[in-house]
Design a protein around this ligand. Structure first.
Ligand SMILES: [Zn+2]
Length: 242
């Protein structure tokens, strides 16, 4: 199994500061079967049910939360190298400083990534943000000598030097259920693509962050002890650009 660089968590914008400590305080207070809805200082909600399926309770602002799939050019499996992760982290950080957004969930696979983002109110400029992140990554990755290695002659002639497919997939999150399904889809994705046996075994996702917050049990969909059946994500698969 690939050892975690811990690289990804540094990218993640902290959507709910203080959530972790509030949740661990809760876990001390409440028995495993108690359900409590917790209102946090930041605008997000969780239903905390230790050891059970994850539940998020998040008010979905219309038109503000999105699911994305972004794929590398020709599906080159470059993203999870140590240096590529560093470039990706920097590109996210630079764009976040320019035009803020929350990364609710993220998974980075070798040849694609999925994210759930929440944008500030009345700001739907996700295309602009993705363009900047993709360009930033390409610039940084080229600078360390990685960028153009696999690009075809025709792409080079057309001046396309990016590491990415030009197209990306987006989907507006429409409800709390839709949100939860896409977050689960993200966190199960390494298992789906057979790069990890369990969600907890893949370091390049936001799974660990949500475990620390008590939303997922660490052994969610864990096959360490016994096999688990793949979840049915319904129509999410079809829209995930895969
Ligand atoms: Zn496991």
């Amino acid at each position: 199994m690939i050892r975690g660089s811990g690289a990804l968590t540094a990218v993640l914008h902290d959507a709910c500061p203080g959530a972790g400590s509030q949740l661990s305080a809760l876990s001390r207070q409440h028995s495993a079967l108690q359900r409590r809805r917790v209102r946090l200082a930041a605008p997000c909600w969780f239903v905390y049910r230790p050891g059970v399926m994850p539940e998020y309770r998040r008010p979905i602002a219309p038109g503000a939360t999105f699911f994305f799939t972004v794929v590398t050019h020709a599906r080159r499996p470059l993203l999870t190298g140590e240096k590529a992760l560093e470039c990706l982290r920097t590109a996210f950080r630079e764009e976040h400083a320019r035009r803020p957004f929350e990364i609710d969930g993220i998974v980075i696979l070798p040849d694609h990534l999925h994210c759930v983002w929440t944008l500030p109110q009345d700001d739907t400029r996700f295309s602009m943000r993705w363009s900047a992140i993709k360009a930033g990554f390409t610039r940084l990755y080229r600078a360390i000598g990685g960028g153009e290695a696999g690009l075809s002659a025709s792409r080079r002639r057309r001046g396309e030097r990016g590491a990415w497919q030009r197209r990306f997939w987006d989907h507006v999150i429409r409800s709390e259920d839709d949100y939860a399904r896409h977050m689960d889809y993200i966190h199960y994705n390494p298992v789906k693509h057979e790069v990890a046996r369990c969600p907890h075994a893949w370091p390049h996702s936001s799974f660990g962050k949500w475990v620390r917050r008590g939303v997922y049990a660490r052994d969610w969909m864990c096959a360490c002890a016994s096999p688990v059946e793949s979840p049915d994500f319904g129509d999410v698969d079809g829209r995930a650009g895969k």
